[in-house]
Design a protein around this ligand. Sequence first.
Ligand SMILES: C[S@@+](CC[C@H](N)C(=O)[O-])C[C@H]1O[C@@H](n2cnc3c(N)ncnc32)[C@H](O)[C@@H]1O
Length: 283
Amino acid sequence: MTPRSNAQLDLRRAINAISDVIQNRPQPLREFDQIYMKAGDMVLQTSLIAQRFAGRRLVFIGDGDAISVCLAYLMHCKVLEEGPESILVLDFDERIVNAVARFADQAEMSDRIKSRLYNCIEPLPEELLGQFNAFYTNPPWGASNNGESVKVFAERGMEACGADAVGVVVIADDKLVPWSQRVLAETQRFALDNGFFVQEMQTNLHEYHLDDAPDLRSCNLFFRSHPDRELPKKSYALHEKRLEDFYGREQNLRVRYVRDTNRVDYGKAVLGTYELEVLGESK
Ligand SMILES: C[S@@+](CC[C@H](N)C(=O)[O-])C[C@H]1O[C@@H](n2cnc3c(N)ncnc32)[C@H](O)[C@@H]1O
């Protein structure tokens, strides 16, 4: 089959492929701000990021949404003809790390996408410093810490990148929600102070399975590295102050890893959540 250009995406094949990825995602843990993007937006986001980051070595700082897997899989199935050259997913949730590895193994695309357990509280492992030229993060949105959690995730992405780098931060964007506008401003200021500048902002774009704020959308905030940026030589652990209200008011960052204890077959009903009443057998 001839691959199409990303601009002429075969929607039916793209949606079906993304539906496979969604089946493989672990159930989100709301207390760590795991709030998944809706399917239609995942299709568009994947196509958009594939074009923007084509040929790049891309690192994800956290990826419950599984945009990383969508990118690798749509390229693998030739639904997308271009995209990143390689992908590494870093996440503190072992269920997510394992879900990426399991899907990659089954689809025979482990050469294209890898995953690794990492908590952004810790210094970025030395062997990853400056090894990438693109980063993607959809971090905790920083409503209660004035964007500090966004800065932490973005900082790790920037540290992972060497020269001539680009990145995208996916965060809340609603002009009627003042904290989201404050966080956007803080994030842009932070990027400028750290050798990156805003290249483009695609405003009010994605929707989420977020029951208490179903209308709150996020934007794509794209950054490019400044030509005079000092390249990262060392990474440091986070100090205590930056862990406060990380996932919301009084929800400090205090968990090192979420461990995968009892593997379930994602996409299938979990035993114990239903029972069968057989025909002719009354209770
Ligand atoms: C915080 S959520 C943001 C919402 C996003 N739509 C999602 O659900 O993926 C993004 C990812 O960051 C991961 N994460 C949360 N805290 C982390 C930490 N301290 N270090 C590394 N990853 C973390 C989560 O497991 C999740 O996969």
